[in-house]
Design a protein around this ligand. Structure first.
Ligand code: TXA
Ligand code: MG
Length: 319
């Protein structure tokens, strides 16, 4: 029998339980004014890997980081004038801002799928903000549905879509807006709408004058995150390497006793657990990226489960 998630009305007790659950690195679905989010600690790689596993996507999609108040944004992203303007008007609310990652941002690279930018928003929902405050964490939260299904606007939708893949659902009733937030890219001179949502273009034009729409651009990527600049190591990456040279770093997976070579080695998951491997992926690539080596050799990684997303990211980093 698959495990069932616990569904609780938001009370001070259930919020404390939910905040503890998040601090332990586990997942909590919570209501926002747009749709329910599947929340995890944005500073914890294992929590983020669990989010991707629960959603069952073949790729790591960049996630939105949720904060309780505008003033917290600068800890995670490089804030700018345009951001200040729109946040003053629309936060808390259904507007997500894409901004450069702050140099000391504690948000793990896996949460932004390795992008050099972070999407951030302050939701207009009491339960969401109370949860973020009580946990004391920025929460990464995609819509709380399995990949390919509709975004959930009731606690029951979440339970039906995610089942035992979420530990706890805070039931805040139905979501007022029911469509996701607008995603606005503020990393270039012209603000660009990457996804239409609760805040319309007309509302934004009043404030920003010139607003572009990526969705109407034929060359725009379907998934906005994917063509933007990704974290990639300085060293070239060599995939499906069944051995490594003495001047290469070697990123391996599961039992590596039969694999030869490598100046230094990191194992994504000795036990062969792909969720653990996803959690370690970006930080291990980062640590192996040493100037005195020639490349990073990566051992074959199975394509099942989160392995598909891991291979997808490695292939992008390899070009
Ligand atoms: O209303 C919402 O935004 C809901 C609630 C839970 O807050 N969340 C939501 O998350 O819809 P999700 O993961 O289903 O959609 C996030 C969108 C995706 O289109 C993703 O590509 C984009 O935001 N995104 C996230 N980070 C990005 C980044 N750094 N650059 C560009 N796009 C980004
Ligand atoms: Mg979604």
């Amino acid at each position: 029998m698959p495990r069932k998630p616990e569904i609780l009305k938001p009370t001070s007790e259930s919020l404390t339980l939910a905040a503890d659950t998040l601090r332990e690195g586990n997942l909590v679905a919570f209501p926002t004014e747009t749709v329910y989010g599947l929340g995890g600690d944005a500073t914890n790689e294992h929590a983020i890997a669990q989010i991707y596993a629960a959603k069952g996507r073949p790729q790591f999609n960049p996630l939105i980081v949720h904060i309780a108040k505008k003033e917290d944004a600068a800890k995670y992203v490089v804030w700018n004038e345009a951001a200040e303007k729109v946040a003053n008007q629309f936060w808390p609310g259904p507007l997500t801002l894409v901004l450069p990652r702050a140099p000391q941002s504690p948000v793990v690279l896996l949460a932004s799928a390795g992008l050099t930018t972070i999407a951030i928003r302050c939701p207009d929902h009491q339960t969401a903000r109370a949860l973020i405050r009580e946990a004391g964490l920025p929460l990464a939260a995609p819509s709380a549905n399995a990949s390919g299904q509709l975004s959930p606007t009731h606690a029951q939708h979440v339970a039906e879509s995610l089942g035992g893949n979420v530990d706890l659902i805070l039931d805040g009733g139905s979501c007022e807006i029911g469509v996701e937030s607008t995603v606005l890219d503020l990393t270039s001179d012209t603000p660009t709408i990457l996804r239409h949502g609760g805040v319309t273009k007309e509302m934004l034009i009043n404030l920003l004058v010139d607003v572009r729409e990526a969705a109407h651009d034929e060359n725009a990527p379907k998934s906005p995150g994917m063509l933007l600049s990704h974290y990639a190591p300085n060293l070239p990456i060599r995939l499906n390497a069944t051995s490594a040279k003495d001047d290469e770093a070697y990123l391996v997976f599961a039992d590596d006793s039969g694999l030869k070579g490598g100046a230094t080695r990191s194992n994504l998951s000795i036990s062969g657990d792909l969720t653990e491997a996803a959690a370690n992926l970006f930080s291990m690539l980062h640590d192996l990226d040493h100037e005195h080596l020639t490349s990073i050799a990566v051992a074959p990684i199975p394509h099942e489960g989160l392995g598909a997303a891991i291979n997808d990211r490695l292939e992008r980093a390899a070009v």
